[in-house]
Design a protein around this ligand. Structure first.
Ligand code: C2O
Ligand code: CU
Ligand code: CU
Length: 539
């Protein structure tokens, strides 16, 4: 039986360890999962910077097929098989069994242009048994469902509903699905990943992720670093056993192995542990994606010769360019968020710059002493981000984020608006209308909330009294409304809803009518009820 955390708050609130606390401990210390302690690899015991950073290959179409919009137009057609394979994630580890798109994880990168649609046939060529422990007590993953199921979502895409990877539209080994991505959207880094109901966290942890770039003329005109000077950095954490195999933690209850969060001590970049990259003393553009199940990253660049963290610039968010670059010394990214960065290595010629997460090394840039002239630019202004006016909103929704605990305060599930996945749709915005969504976070943890189909803007975050909210169902604010951080003040598709805060976003529901989903992007939460369908309805 679940009880909501409000009961404990009403009684004065015994302190539990928050997600951020557990996350901090897990990176530094090995094995926080007692039962696995003896077989768990301590990733921090491995040699640093012995493997070069891999760059996923750029995928090529295998042919052309008629466009669903207009059969006289032929679109590039790609076929991507999902496979199980083995790969070395570190020089000193045995090969790791993974799942991936193609035979790498991250899978191949898509390079596409705005307005140029394409078709992808995603084929499930996975084996018939799962790599990781399924919890059959979770909705959508019951024992009568096949263990191996997959469906692909292109995160950040404005795609028609039947190509959006609806979590119930999974397919089994031997089957495939063709998706149409019209790409009628601005240049941005999107990413594709699995979205199968009830096992999404396991499929992604097994490796089903990849990057997808949309380009456009506006971006081309800015003369940003490109080609070999533009590099995707897909970052996520994992746990491994002493054999170098994925070690997804379990609760200890064999009937419900689900755990509320997973934090690994092994932080991989483009699929390697502690890689290095040789760079020129010039500007680079890094497209950073937090692809972790639950971990937030706090990244800094550190040159051993000049201790304070090096400054860099953020030029874009989830959904494209900011209006102007933002100077940063530390980048925070919640799961599913992306950042577009310009890093200038010219002042570090001949030395090493380490990328750290929370002060622990995760990657090294080895800067050459001399290099060719840098012709690229860091423009002072980028792309206008016209504000969506609050006065244009036709509806304001109050949407709570809730954690349900058992009697000893262990989370058993998370809910949006106190509703389960299978309950009737409650969010039904009208096509082309603007709405304000108030994300009322009643829990102790931050939840990165993602809406499919749309891009949105963050209005503000404001602390409120949680106990009073539970008692009177009323919001009493405790402080001033805080504007988004400079690096969030652009187009977003995922927003950090901080604990004890109301986070307000403003959204125009454009593109398509039909059924989509919104959810927390901590995949353990999403899989256990923190996801809801929404309908975009015709005017
Ligand atoms: Cu990144 Cu619903 O997904
Ligand atoms: Cu998405
Ligand atoms: Cu969450």
């Amino acid at each position: 039986m679940g009880v909501t955390r409000r009961v404990f708050l009403a009684q004065g609130g015994m302190a539990t360890m928050t997600l951020a606390m557990r996350q901090a401990i897990s990176q530094a210390a090995p094995a926080i999962h007692e039962s696995k302690e003896r077989t768990q690899l301590n990733a921090r015991s491995l040699a640093l910077f012995v493997d070069p950073l891999p760059l996923p290959e750029i995928i090529q179409p295998s042919g052309h097929r008629p466009s669903p919009d207009n059969p006289t137009v032929r679109l590039p057609y790609y076929r991507v098989p999902m496979r199980q394979f083995e790969t070395k994630i570190h020089r000193d580890l045995k090969p790791t069994r993974l799942w991936g798109y193609g035979a790498t994880s991250p899978g191949p990168t898509f390079e596409t242009r705005s307005g140029q649609g394409l078709l992808v046939e995603w084929a499930n060529d996975l084996p018939s048994s799962h790599l990781l422990p399924i919890d059959h007590s979770i909705h959508g993953a019951e024992a009568d469902k096949p263990d191996v199921r997959a469906v692909v979502h292109l995160h950040g895409a404005k795609a028609p509903p039947d190509s959006d990877g609806y979590p119930e539209n999974w397919f089994v080994p031997g089957k495939s699905a063709v998706c149409y991505y019209p790409n009628r959207q601005d240049a941005a880094m999107l990413w594709y990943h699995d979205h199968a109901l009830g096992i999404n966290r396991l499929n992604v942890f097994a490796g089903l992720v990849g990057a997808f770039f949309v380009r456009d003329e506006f971006e081309d005109s800015l003369n940003l670093p490109r080609g070999e000077y533009e590099i995707p950095l897909v970052i996520y954490d994992r746990l491994f056993d002493l054999e170098g195999q994925l070690n997804y933690p379990v609760s200890g209850d064999a009937k419900s192995p689900w755990v509320p969060e997973v934090f690994g001590d092994a932080i991989l970049i483009n699929g390697k542990l502690f890689p290095y990259l040789e760079v020129q003393p010039r500007k680079y553009r890094f497209r950073v994606l937090n692809g972790a199940n639950g971990r937030s990253f706090h990244l800094t660049l550190n040159n051993a010769q000049s201790p304070p963290p090096q400054a860099f610039h953020q030029i874009g968010t989830d959904q494209g360019l900011l209006s102007a670059p933002v100077a940063l010394q530390r980048l925070s990214l919640a799961p599913a968020e992306r950042a577009d960065l310009i890093v200038d290595f010219s002042s570090s010629a001949g030395s090493n710059v380490n990328l750290k997460n929370d002060n622990l090394d995760v990657m090294q840039f080895r800067v050459a002493a001399k290099g060719p002239r840098d012709e690229s630019a860091l423009p002072q202004t980028l792309r206008p981000v016209p504000k969506i006016l609050e006065s244009s909103a036709v509806k304001t929704r109050m949407l709570s984020l809730v954690e349900i605990d058992d009697l000893v305060q262990r989370p058993v599930k998370m809910l949006l608006n106190n509703t389960h996945w299978s309950m009737p749709v409650t969010e039904n915005p009208v096509l082309d209308s603007v709405e304000i969504w108030n994300l009322i976070n009643t829990t102790d943890d931050a939840h990165p909330i993602h809406l499919h189909l749309v891009k949105f803007q963050i209005l503000d975050r404001r602390a409120f009294n949680i106990a009073a909210y539970w008692m009177h169902n009323e919001i009493t604010y405790k402080g001033p409304a805080m504007p988004p951080e400079p690096g969030e003040a652009g187009w977003k598709d995922t927003v950090r809803a901080d604990p004890g805060m109301v986070t307000r976003i403003i959204v125009r529901f454009e593109g398509f009518t039909g059924r989509y989903v919104w959810h927390c992007h901590v995949l353990e939460h999403e899989d256990n009820e923190m996801m809801r369908p929404f309908d975009v309805v015709a005017r």
